[in-house]
Design a protein around this ligand. Structure first.
Ligand code: SF4
Length: 460
């Protein structure tokens, strides 16, 4: 393990720790937990590995390419330690959670591997590493399920923050190993979630983005008649100072329709929903074990648009799944032309040994999957641009996330952070600040984004 055993106490105030974050918004919350704990328990946090004594890497592992990225980051950190630029390397997150045995053998230069937890023990782990002591697997902390996450050091602009109402997932999609990593659905008590939201708002956050493996499954594990997502959203809408509540990662089937009433009645629950559908061919949806058919998912989206007029629907599509032949792919394209989603993300299938579809080989080549992905994104680019053009001239409310030169970078409620479009507002006097909610007039649609001027600007 390289670091000589030291018995004397570690002067945490003299130790700089850097965190390297990989993965999704849920994993970002874990990274914020790690930073919050390390900072509040005496270590000095640095944003650069070059300046650090110890590096903590929070990994992602849900598909092959994500694992490769995590392993490349491990190699980089271990080589820095070998070169004497680091005194310790801690690897946390989804990779050691799922693939511990393999990575422990493959990367002996790592000082500690930590699976998923609430990371309440991370400071102790860093201290043990500096003392050259062996770190036991569960030392990172307690199982995270159902626990409040109030010690986060937020890594997002102060305008918004992610909030996790639950861990894990009860679905069994044929291509996905996330339940095998994050476990079964485990909801936090609603009071805990509302308390966390209050904590975020007290730090100046204006928009709370609900993220989980399946937000629509919220509460299904809290007993019959227990609170579900609509009740949780209503409780969060009452948090003073919370301007926008956004819901991501909804699951189409067993949809809690009362959510539409909440979206109509509560102005802070923005009429936006991220609801991954993955495909538009009934045959492929069956192979994906997603439940539902083209007709049933079409019905769900049409009902959402009827029950929440003007709603922005974001979805995710997976191409190249086993069972997707040229005919099924054509079906997918016609489904996307019919649905005309306002926002869309797409990925190619990644065969996971641990997932049922991973061993099915009636699928197209990676090249062909890449071509299909390109075709989906080209089709969607046209649909997206048409939606954006339709907003030119409109007066809309936007939330300021930051600046780019003489422009303020903002988003309307139709755009989730990091995955959707932005609204670039002309603001040469830099009058707009992060967290401001302002009215603007849309002046143009450029590529994926909108341009705008403050609403008070006279129309010339
Ligand atoms: S809903 Fe399906 S794709 Fe999403 S995390 Fe659960 S099993 Fe994976």
């Amino acid at each position: 393990m390289g670091v000589p055993a030291e018995t004397t106490a570690v002067d945490r105030g003299g130790i700089r720790v850097a965190l390297v974050h990989l993965g999704c918004a849920r994993n970002l919350i874990d990274s914020e937990n790690i930073l919050g704990r390390l900072g509040s328990e005496g270590f000095v946090l640095t944003g650069s590995v070059e300046d650090a004594d110890v590096a903590v890497l929070n990994t992602c592992s849900f598909i092959g390419p994500a694992r490769e990225e995590s392993e490349a980051a491990i190699r980089d950190l271990v080589s820095r330690k070998k070169a004497g630029d680091l005194r310790g390397v801690v690897v946390a997150g989804c990779l050691p959670e799922k693939f511990r045995e393999r990575v422990e053998v493959e990367f002996p230069g790592v000082d500690a591997f930590l699976g998923l937890s609430d990371y309440s023990g991370i400071a102790r782990v860093v201290e043990e590493v500096l003392r050259g002591r062996k770190v036991r697997p569960g030392a990172g902390g307690r199982p995270p399920q159902g626990r409040a996450e109030n010690l986060r050091l937020l890594q997002t602009p102060s305008s918004y923050a992610y909030l996790r109402p639950s861990h894990g997932c009860d679905h069994k999609c044929a291509f996905c190993i996330i339940p095998a990593i994050r476990g079964r659905q485990a909801s936090k008590p609603p009071g805990t979630v509302v308390e966390e939201a209050r904590g975020l708002v007290s730090q100046g956050v204006r928009e709370v983005v609900l993220v989980a493996e399946d937000t629509t499954g919220y509460g299904t594990d809290l007993g019959k008649g227990g609170p579900r997502l609509p009740q949780l959203a209503e409780g969060l809408a009452e948090v003073e100072g919370l301007a926008w509540l956004r819901i991501m990662y909804a699951y189409p089937n067993a949809f809690p329709w009362d959510l539409c009433r909440v979206m109509r009645e509560q102005s802070s629950v923005v009429p936006y929903l991220d609801i991954p559908v993955q495909h538009g061919s009934s045959a492929v949806l069956k192979r994906m074990r997603r439940g539902g058919t083209r007709e049933s998912v079409t019905g769900i989206f049409e009902r959402l648009r009827t029950e929440v007029p003007g709603i922005t629907l974001r979805t995710t599509i997976l191409v190249g799944h086993p069972g997707e032949g040229p005919a099924e792919f054509e079906e997918l394209l016609s489904f996307l032309e019919e649905m005309r989603f306002e926002r869309l993300g797409a990925f190619t299938f990644s065969p996971e040994a641990e997932a049922p579809a991973g061993s099915e080989d009636d699928r197209c080549s990676e090249e062909e999957a890449g071509e299909r992905l390109k075709a989906v994104m080209e089709l969607q680019a046209g649909i997206h641009h048409a939606h954006q053009l339709g907003r030119v001239g409109e007066e809309i409310e936007v939330l300021v996330d930051g600046r780019k030169g003489a422009m303020a970078e903002t988003r309307s409620w139709a755009d989730a952070p990091e995955v959707d479009a932005v609204v670039m507002v002309d603001d040469p006097e830099a009058t707009l600040a992060t967290g401001d909610l302002v009215k603007v007039r849309v002046t143009g649609a450029e590529g994926y984004d909108l341009t705008a001027v403050p609403a008070a600007t006279p129309v010339v």
